[in-house]
Design a protein around this ligand. Structure first.
Ligand SMILES: Cc1ncc(COP(=O)(O)O)c(C=O)c1O
Length: 331
């Protein structure tokens, strides 16, 4: 997918979870030659759970996963990361991979990608970026500014069934060097000898986990052809703007505290001080049926989270959602 500069090769997969696993398998193969004893991997406490699950599926124990406390903006701290890598090297361990976020699920935070790429290069580590949520926003000017350095990752997860508006299931893993992916995954089976007689042909099964697969690329290609890239750009930009509108509306309400400002079409906040109230608001909103709101935890506090990537959402929808939330919070 050439919409992400720096990456020309990749594979469509079921979603972000499998894309993360595929990227991490490439990392394991490239850096560790698949020998994982004493190897360590670094990620922030805001990283999506699919990354930890993928690492466990491919053989890493919890002790090999360094989940580092994020900074006050919910980003991976370079200082903390440097110290963790140095500690592990001193202990005779083998740091091999940094997992960065291009739009966390909780707050939309983007880790400092350029600095992480510098550090990864210096330390000879693989840089995998989980851009399942945010990477597609590179199509927009706003996203491009936030994603500086994304093109320097070794592997990247993109989830077209999120901010490229595709139907489920449509994930994608992009790699800088497709030969690594092939070397990590290719197993020649006797019963597939007819497939391999055509040596020029690219077989997706050589680059990932799945053998039998659907033609996921078709829907992405068709919708890009039908609507044009400009329509996607516009819809993504609208996501950014609606989250900013939500933040402004929320700030205007007494008793509402912004816990994480609008970024990547996500804003986190809470009404009042009690965690119970936030949980109740999720339930009340669900019953009300006007808007779907979810909650999360930020630094131990329950936070409400609005995500505005639905291209059909209007400004009136946002204003009315906040109005209702405010009313329900005071009931
Ligand atoms: C940042 C991030 N990474 C990975 C995933 C997992 O993606 P999927 O649900 O497509 O497997 C998600 C969302 O679910 C996500 O928000």
């Amino acid at each position: 997918m050439s919409i992400i500069p720096g990456f020309s090769r990749g594979l469509f997969v079921s979603g972000g979870s499998v894309a993360n696993m595929t990227g991490l398998m490439a990392a394991r193969h490239a850096v560790l030659k698949d020998r994982i004893d004493g190897a360590t991997v670094y990620l922030s406490d805001q990283t999506h759970s699919s990354v930890e699950r993928a690492l466990r599926v491919i053989g890493f124990s919890r002790e090999q996963i360094r989940k580092l406390e994020s900074d006050r903006n919910f980003r991976l701290s370079i200082k903390t990361l440097r110290a963790a890598i140095a500690d592990d090297r001193r202990a005779g361990l083998r740091p091999f991979c940094i997992v960065a976020n291009a739009g966390t699920t909780n707050t939309g935070a983007v880790d400092p990608l350029s600095e992480l790429a510098d550090l990864a290069a210096k330390e000879k580590l693989w840089l995998h970026v989980d851009g399942a949520f945010g990477a597609a926003s590179i199509l927009s000017k706003r996203g491009r500014e936030m994603l500086d350095g994304l093109d320097r990752a070794d592997s990247l997860t993109l989830d077209p069934h999120k901010w490229l508006f595709q139907s489920f299931e449509c994930g994608c893993v992009l790699v800088r060097d497709a030969a690594i992916l092939k070397s990590a995954f290719k197993i020649k089976a006797d019963y597939l000898r007819d497939v391999y007689r055509e040596t020029e042909e690219i077989n997706p099964c050589d680059y990932g986990i799945q053998l039998t697969r659907s033609f996921r690329a078709l829907k992405v290609w068709l919708s890009l052809q039908t609507f044009g890239v400009a329509a996607f750009r516009q819809a993504i930009t609208r996501g950014f703007e609606l989250a900013e509108l939500a933040e402004r509306e929320l700030r205007a309400r007494k008793g509402c505290e912004i816990l994480s400002p609008a970024q990547m079409a996500t804003v986190c906040f809470r009404f009042g001080k009690s965690d119970e109230l936030q949980t109740r608001l999720v339930d009340v909103m669900m019953k009300d049926g006007y808007a779907l709101l979810t909650s999360t935890e930020l630094r131990g506090a329950v936070a409400l989270r609005l995500c505005t990537i639905n291209p059909r959402t209007t400004e009136e929808d946002i204003v009315e959602t906040v109005k209702r939330l405010d009313r329900f919070a005071r009931q």
